[in-house]
Write a protein that binds this ligand. Structure first.
Ligand code: HEC
Ligand code: HEC
Length: 215
């Protein structure tokens, strides 16, 4: 084992154990969240580079995403909104959560300590300086990408490649297309944000937000 892998393993063990105080036994994971853990636990994410971190993410945002992968309707102030997001893996996984358990599962992941991209992917650098382009993202996603709004995800410390893929998806969301079979993501606010971004700008924004500390 290299020093880097050892360090990652230590971080991982600490996070999985939830850093119990005074040697207390780590809490059992929520039963309804167990099917998610092979991918969304720290140990799972270390093995799977395409899995985003949902630990410490906004609860209402997570409820919306699970609902969207299940292609259900969510209340939208005066009416009901049909949420839809397609992904070959998540479209299979999300239906494993019963409708009445969605909030419970979302709260479970939201209550965990967040992890930084560098803890999963290495390449630790100082947080990158804020590109001018990121200022308009702060309006909704919070300063440095640490959100304070319900239904808006934190971007700070999220994995770079995941952020890049999502920004491309919002920009190109009208085309499911043969190059994106089984994948679809659109959102009123973000699709408008994404469509003006070039590939180079998407790369710059993904690198910036991913380099920020998640808390
Ligand atoms: C086999 C691996 C795997 C399993 C198991 C899995 N997921 Fe995922 N999950 C993924 C991948 C990959 C993505 C990224 C999808 C994309 O690129 O759009 C994802 C994305 C998500 C997102 C969106 C995150 C965001 O920032 O928008 C949520 C929420 C989520 N998963 C919840 C769950 C829940 C709840 C379960 C258990 C019922 C689960 N996942 C099981 C692989 C997995
Ligand atoms: C007007 C508010 C608003 C602005 C401005 C905005 N966003 Fe968003 N963004 C959102 C909302 C709301 C979502 C959640 C979309 C959903 O529910 O699918 C989101 C989702 C995202 C996601 C997906 C995160 C995940 O975990 O899957 C990324 C990446 C993102 N935004 C990046 C950006 C960037 C980069 C900018 C600046 C160029 C930006 N956003 C500007 C509101 C905004």
């Amino acid at each position: 084992m290299t020093a880097k892998r050892l360090a990652l393993a230590a971080v991982c063990a600490w996070l999985v154990a939830g850093a119990p105080a005074g040697g207390a036994k780590a809490a059992e994971p929520l039963a309804q969240a167990v099917p998610c853990l092979p991918c969304h636990s720290v140990a799972g994410m270390l093995k799977k580079p395409k899995v985003p971190s949902i630990l410490g993410q906004d609860t209402k945002y997570l409820i919306h995403q699970i609902t969207a992968f299940q292609r259900q309707f969510a209340p939208n102030s005066s009416s009901f909104l049909r949420l839809e997001r397609k992904h070959p893996v998540m479209s299979q996984e999300a239906p494993k959560v019963e409708h009445e358990d969605i909030a419970l599962v979302a709260e479970y992941f939201a209550s965990q300590a967040c992890v930084n991209a560098w803890q999963l992917d290495g390449n630790r650098t100082a947080p990158l300086p804020n590109p001018l382009l990121a200022n308009r993202c702060f309006l909704c996603h919070g300063q440095g990408g640490r959100t304070t709004h319900a239904f808006v995800p934190s971007l700070a410390g999220q994995r770079q490649e995941y952020l890049r893929v999502q920004l491309v998806a919002f920009r190109d969301s009208m085309a499911e297309g043969p190059s994106r079979p089984g994948r679809y993501r659109a959102h009123r606010m973000m699709t408008r944000q994404g469509e003006k971004l070039t590939d180079a700008q998407i790369d710059e924004l993904s690198a910036y937000f991913s380099s920020q500390r998640c808390r």
